[in-house]
Design a protein around this ligand. Structure first.
Ligand code: NAD
Length: 490
């Protein structure tokens, strides 16, 4: 029997003993067995979080004390980084070295929020009255449900857990059922670091089973969710009854615009990385290439050549450049997406099928794929595949490029390549997406806010706003010379 639920400061089995296997996307081998929570376990976790919050056991700590806790968690993560990276690589099928990079980002996230907690919080307001003191204070928001996806399992959870701890919230973490191991490891570290009982809780299992109470329960004040658009919409509807605060990080179909005056070699290389890194299972993947007509053939021919050479392989394959898709369901979805694109009139230039290499036979490997001749009206341009699929459109002018780049319901990220800095700045300013890279694609830093315009989400993670999501703002007006209001007659 496995005991991998962490509730009210104790590790325990599911109340009905339920458990499930986690399978490697590389070869379907079983990499872990974890508990699968029941509804009563979820309610216990919410009770523990609510009681710990209301007791003041953690909210009474100062920002400085909570920052020190988060810094200690960063130290312990550093100590265990390779062990956790191995688990994450097993769960996701990504190469061990990529999981190591992700762990470095996780640690940087905890360090960022630990430092942010040390800053001055709140401010005085000049209300124009000498006898009044007016203060804006920041208080912990309450109990938070923190729900994460499978593509960067620990990193996406870290963006929520680190600020929640600095703010003084109590919370329930629910990682994706496909990739639970690194969240278990994080929770062991949170316990070791000395977090008070009941503040941090871990629930495991499919969102359709354990998710409902995490959203509906009136004792939960905030839901911070990273995942797909349709799940985000379901959560938003379910949260309406109790008017919960929501922080949503959803999908993207991100435009990557290349002008003819760009450094073409660098642009092509970055376009390949932007679309095919982690086999496109990246919310900010640059899978929508928008290229100036005069350089279309040069750019696309080279991208196709490069895509065809990408080496696929599993966690410990040192020659591999990217790995498998996460699951058979996802492989089916990506396959159907490409078929639909071709049926809509897109021209398949490379890929478009599962890898037929014998060593990939038991894994969910899909070849890097380029669909040319696309336009904004197509499903494959508007919807996210979350796989290694690049769609290609052409433009003829700056205005055209901006119009196409904004012709989407998503608004997570985008890139623009040009050697004309003024033109690049104009396009960056006109694109309605949460992050824009100029002559680059993909880098981010914990100190800079991350999040989406339009249907890519609500709110921001990271930066300073990423802490603000977990804080309530209170105005305290103190009259130091009380007197009658004098409004109504005696
Ligand atoms: P998903 O929406 O299927 O699942 C995300 C999480 O929600 C999982 O833990 C799942 O168990 C849970 N869940 C599912 N149904 C639920 C419900 N009814 N109630 C509560 N929880 C529920 O997403 P995924 O497939 O795990 O992740 C891929 C998606 O995540 C992509 O669309 C990607 O763009 C997005 N994503 C966005 C960002 C960002 O920063 N904007 C980052 C990473 C991933």
């Amino acid at each position: 029997m496995v005991a991998t639920l962490y509730i009210n400061g104790a590790w325990r089995q599911a109340s009905d003993g339920g458990a499930h296997d986690v399978h490697s996307p590389h070869d379907q081998s079983v990499v872990a067995e974890v508990s699968q929570a029941t509804q009563s376990d979820v309610l216990d976790a919410i009770s523990a979080a609510r009681e710990s919050f209301d007791s003041g056991v953690f909210t009474s700590w100062s920002f400085n004390e909570r920052s020190a806790l988060v810094a200690k968690i960063a130290d312990l993560l550093e100590r265990d980084a390779d062990l956790i990276a191995r688990k994450e690589s097993d769960d996701t099928g990504k190469r061990f070295i990529e999981a190591q990079y992700d762990l470095a980002d996780v640690i940087a996230t905890f360090r960022h929020f630990a430092a942010l907690g040390l800053k001055e919080h709140g401010r005085s307001v000049d209300v124009g009255l000498a006898h009044v003191t007016s203060r804006i204070v920041h208080e912990p928001l309450g109990v938070a449900s923190l729900i994460g996806p499978w593509n960067y399992p620990l990193l996406q959870i870290a963006w929520k857990v680190a600020p929640a701890l600095v703010a003084g919230c109590s919370f329930i973490v629910k990682p994706s059922e496909l990739t639970p191991q690194s969240a278990i490891a994080l929770m062991r570290i949170i316990e070791e670091a000395g977090t008070p009982k009941g503040v941090a809780n871990l629930i495991l299992g499919p969102g359709s089973v354990v998710g409902t109470s995490l959203i509906n329960d009136p004792r939960v004040d905030l839901v911070s969710f990273t995942g797909g658009l349709s799940t985000g919409q379901t959560i938003m509807r379910a949260a309406a009854d109790t008017v919960k605060k929501l922080a949503l990080e959803l999908g993207g179909k991100n435009p990557h615009i290349i002008f003819a005056d760009a450094d073409i070699d660098a642009a092509i290389d970055n376009a390949v990385t932007a679309a095919f890194l982690h086999s496109g299972q990246v919310c900010s993947a640059g899978t929508r290439l928008i290229v100036e007509r005069s350089i279309h053939d040069r750019v696309v021919n080279e991208i196709v050549r490069r895509a065809g050479n990408i080496v696929l392989g599993g966690p410990s394959d040192e020659m591999a450049e990217t790995g498998p898709l996460i699951s058979p369901d996802h492989l089916r979805n990506v396959t159907a997406y490409v078929e639909k694109g071709i049926a809509e009139g897109a021209k398949l230039l490379v890929g478009g099928k599962r890898s037929d290499k014998p060593e990939h036979e038991n894994g969910w490997y899909y070849l890097p794929t380029v669909l040319d001749g696309c336009s904004s009206q197509m499903y494959c341009v508007q919807e996210e595949s979350f796989g290694p699929v690049m769609t290609v459109e052409v433009f003829d002018s700056e205005v055209d490029a901006i119009r196409i780049g904004n012709d989407t319901n998503f608004g997570l990220s985008g890139g623009v390549w040009s050697s004309d800095s003024q033109k690049a700045a104009r396009v960056a300013s006109a694109l309605r997406h949460g992050t824009i890279w100029v002559n680059d694609f993909g880098p981010y830093r914990p100190a800079a806010e991350w999040g989406g315009y339009k249907q890519s989400g609500i709110g921001r993670e990271l930066g300073e706003h990423g802490l603000g999501e977990y804080l309530e703002i209170k105005h305290i007006w103190t009259n130091n010379a009380p007197s009658r209001s004098g409004w109504f007659r005696d």
